[in-house]
Design a binder for this molecule. Structure first.
Ligand code: TXA
Ligand code: MG
Length: 315
């Protein structure tokens, strides 16, 4: 099912074409000052599911949402004093802030992997800014490489990994910074989650205080990393063909349910529905949720990874 990947020029026509593809739910890779990102409309569940499909990611890691300015970010997340300081000092630029997601922000739960926090960034690259302005909405974008490969810093790198799997790449030349953005968690005391384009010393100078650094092992304490973090209140049982008493049934394909991830057995649709349906069934107050078998191929691997975490014993 290869699609012809277009190479768009970084001019007004190219940016308008990119925006049109995003509006239609397509994928466009775009240059930022750090690395090329694989962008989709952050509000469109199916489009975001396609990011994971194209990258072949075996799990739904949360994604960074790119916006034009701090005002657009504030519409999506809570905005403590520390966010204002860091945004004033480093946006636009290679800094990502993880903040509590605002109720009704409209971002697909696949972007946050069902978390209560959202990563936001205002890129500095002229072409990224132009594309975001032409689109006029939030763009979710992980680095534009297949899962497990290094991040791309040219359009040629993007094409080498993703040609045939995405609608287009905007060729904006090589990326200047070449390493990913620094990521700072601001849901509590500031914590450096990933070192990157803005040095820790500069972040601390802007904050006026030293910050904690998440070690590789420590990251387990960051939201989204814990095995059972995604668990709904109801007990989740996998590979079920029918519900037991007290359970709601989440179907897939031929296995029907109170809700179905995809009646036609389409994994992209199933990924798009996953968090919505888990939340909806959990909200009914059932004791358990029985989930139909999901094939362990393509996006099915990421869906099963998430379901296994939801079913993991609570820590
Ligand atoms: O420079 C960059 O940041 C590039 C360009 C394209 O913007 N993007 C990038 O995205 O590096 P990605 O997906 O390769 O890395 C995003 C990182 C992941 O490690 C993810 O776990 C973390 O951000 N992240 C995203 N949302 C998070 C959240 N709510 N809580 C904790 N970590 C989060
Ligand atoms: Mg990456």
């Amino acid at each position: 099912m290869a699609i012809a990947t277009r190479i768009l020029r970084p001019d007004a026509a190219g940016l308008a074409a990119a925006a049109a593809i995003w509006r239609a739910g397509g994928l466009v890779a775009l240059p930022t000052e750090t690395v090329y990102g694989l962008g989709a409309d952050a509000r469109n569940d199916l489009a975001v599911a396609r990011i994971f499909e194209a990258k072949g990611r075996p799990r739904f890691n949360p994604l960074i949402v790119h916006v034009t300015d701090a005002g657009a970010a504030r519409a999506l997340v809570a905005w403590p004093e520390a966010a204002e300081r860091l945004a004033t000092a480093f946006w636009p630029g290679p800094l990502t802030l993880v903040l509590p997601l605002r109720e009704g922000a409209g971002v697909s739960p696949l972007v946050t992997a069902g978390l209560g926090t959202l990563a936001v960034r205002v890129p500095a690259h002229e072409v990224a800014r132009g594309a975001l302005a032409a689109f006029g909405g939030p763009v979710a974008a992980p680095s534009a490489n297949p899962s497990g490969r290094i991040s791309p810093t040219t359009a040629a790198h993007v094409l080498a990994g993703l040609s045939g799997r995405i609608e287009a790449v905007i060729d904006g030349g090589p990326c200047a910074v070449g390493v990913e953005s620094s990521i700072v968690g601001l849901w509590g005391a500031p914590v450096l989650l990933r070192p990157g384009g803005v040095p820790q010393e500069a972040l601390e100078a802007a904050l006026g205080a030293p910050m904690a650094v998440a070690e590789a092992g420590d990251r387990l304490t960051a939201p989204g990393q814990m095995a059972s973090h995604y668990a709904p209140g109801a007990r989740v049982r996998l590979d079920a063909l029918r519900a037991a008493p007290g359970e709601a049934m989440l179907g897939f394909g031929a296995v029907a349910g109170d809700l179905s991830l995809s009646p036609s057995g389409d994994l992209r649709e199933a990924a798009a529905n996953l968090f919505h349906h888990l939340h909806a069934l959990d909200a009914t107050g059932v004791r358990g949720i029985a989930v139909a078998p999901i094939p362990e191929v393509g996006l099915g691997r990421a869906i099963n990874d998430r379901l296994r975490r939801a079913a993991a014993p609570r820590g």
